[in-house]
Design a protein. Sequence first.
Length: 136
Amino acid sequence: MSSNLEHNKELVRQYYKIATSDLVGIENVVSDGFVDHHFPPSLPPGPEGVRQFFSNVLGAVFSDMHIEHYDMIAEDNKVICEFALRARHTAEFAGIPAKGNEILCAAFSKFRVENGKLAEAWELADIAGLLDQMKK
């Protein structure tokens, strides 16, 4: 596999590692114009939007977040990642009170790389499964 494709896959790994920890260095992974199409539209593009999503949206509901990578495929400037978010439900979400239970939300993401950084992302997540786990 070419080193460029490996670099693109490593960008995705770094993105999730940084995003689910202290967010330090996220500007080294995402471009200034980075757009994640599953983020709320009110969030700004770039590193600041990533910070707000993982701190104020996900971070407001879940703690102890980390990503489990299952499979990753890179081709040209795209990376597809099969993963799951593992976290603890610590605040009310969608009217469901927190019970402190651990959740595992399976998802697929697609990233576009441009000029050595992540430029765009899309995600499909098992939200129905997530809500079911939160209710238990």
